[in-house]
Design a protein around this ligand. Sequence first.
Ligand SMILES: Cc1cc2nc3c(=O)[nH]c(=O)nc-3n(C[C@H](O)[C@H](O)[C@H](O)COP(=O)(O)OP(=O)(O)OC[C@H]3O[C@@H](n4cnc5c(N)ncnc54)[C@H](O)[C@@H]3O)c2cc1C
Length: 455
Amino acid sequence: MRIAIVGAGSSGMFAAYKLMQNNNFSIDLYDKGSDIYKRTRKEVMSGFGGAGAYSDGKLTLTTEFGGCLTEFVPEYKLEKLIEEADSIWKNISGVETLESTSNYEKIKDLEYMCTRNTLRLYAAKIRHLGTDNCIKAIKKLYEILNSQSNVNIYCNKQVSDIIIDNGSAKGVVTEDKEINYYDKIILAVGRSGNSWMHEIAQKYNISSSINPVDIGVRVEIPRAVSDHFTNNLYEFKIKHFSTEFEDEVRTFCVNPGGYVAMEENENGLLTVNGHCYKNKKSSNTNFALLVSTKFTEPFREPVKYGQYIAYLANMLSGQSVIVQRFGDLERGRRSTTSRIAKNFVQPTLKNAMPGDLSFVLPYRYLTDLKETIYRLDKIMPGIADPNTLLYGVEVKFYSLRIDVNENLKSKSIENLYCIGDGAGITRGISQASTSGIIAAEDIKNQYGKEYTSNE
Ligand SMILES: Cc1cc2nc3c(=O)[nH]c(=O)nc-3n(C[C@H](O)[C@H](O)[C@H](O)COP(=O)(O)OP(=O)(O)OC[C@H]3O[C@@H](n4cnc5c(N)ncnc54)[C@H](O)[C@@H]3O)c2cc1C
């Protein structure tokens, strides 16, 4: 059986890893970016290893966030699959330990403190590979896959189209007009493949629905301000519903002792992110604060909206991202190089341009974000300090969500699986890897059935 996997990020790599164990399968794994040895940090989103390659490698081991796989797979089953994905990461990376979440009494206290301030805390087990170990693990995964006689890895090969015949996926067309035919196709194109996924869905009437877009800022504070949270659960996931708009505002991707990073998206747009090394720490902690918006009819292009906001930030900062002191934002003035130089919290992202986020973020977002910062200040005093740094903008493009069944197979096209962030069903390494396992298991099961019935 011939199988194509488009995209070699967490979801695509894990699908290949599971499928390679069956010698009846011949697997072609395509990625539009470079292989893991030739990739540079400029290619943050693309290349073997996907967006996870230069990430913090924080595996959030929960069914509750990092994706919506619970909508397809029963909770008890999903827990086991997440464990399986985690154990593969553990073996490959050699990172045996989980971040501390064992102090239940302390976590209960923190939960109570959040509840009293109309915040909700979600605690989860975390395996933190760290940016350094993450890249090593992906190199190892590359070597394992590359050494299999039934796996071909094609990097720097963009898939530009798929072949659909009679409601069934039959093949892929590459950018250089090569046509290859397959029995099963797995689309695992990640966030950098969102727009392409959109085009393909429209072209072939692949049923889908709209996901929210998350827009906000990255907050950077002295490490000591949030140590009582991060020492006990490493990553705090906190949600708040804003008073004026009742929007969901949440913390995301917490990096204790971490670094703020700039990421280049497709179209060259620059947005903010954060990461943290296992063995090298800064004196700051950073995390994203994001407002979720789900647009209603007639607007169906949340990605474009997010891109527009990011474009404004890039335009005003001279093709960079903006950094602003919270005190300056509150006083209605821009931050300047000299104000940042005097600031108690020194930016870990050195080439962000001091500026004014109020020219970029719509009133609704600014109000939601400020309100949440003041709420967070009640449980982590010091967050609403004038020296706190805000970087903008951080945008999470989830694009449209492909309608898939419990095996992550398209509901409208036969033999087509849509997995990972590109299908709009996951948002992190753990669930993305798990989605690869789910699709691979279904292909294995189907092959078993087809093979027996053909005999
Ligand atoms: C800087 C950064 C830090 C992050 N930190 C964390 C973290 O600590 N923990 C966490 O859980 N998550 C983190 N994430 C998110 C995480 O990386 C993603 O959720 C995860 O990588 C999704 O996996 P995926 O396989 O769905 O997609 P991706 O990893 O995005 O992989 C998709 C791949 O498909 C390829 N592709 C796209 N279109 C095509 C095409 N047409 N033809 C061929 N190839 C194509 C791309 O080149 C890419 O390599 C981070 C992301 C970034 C950018």
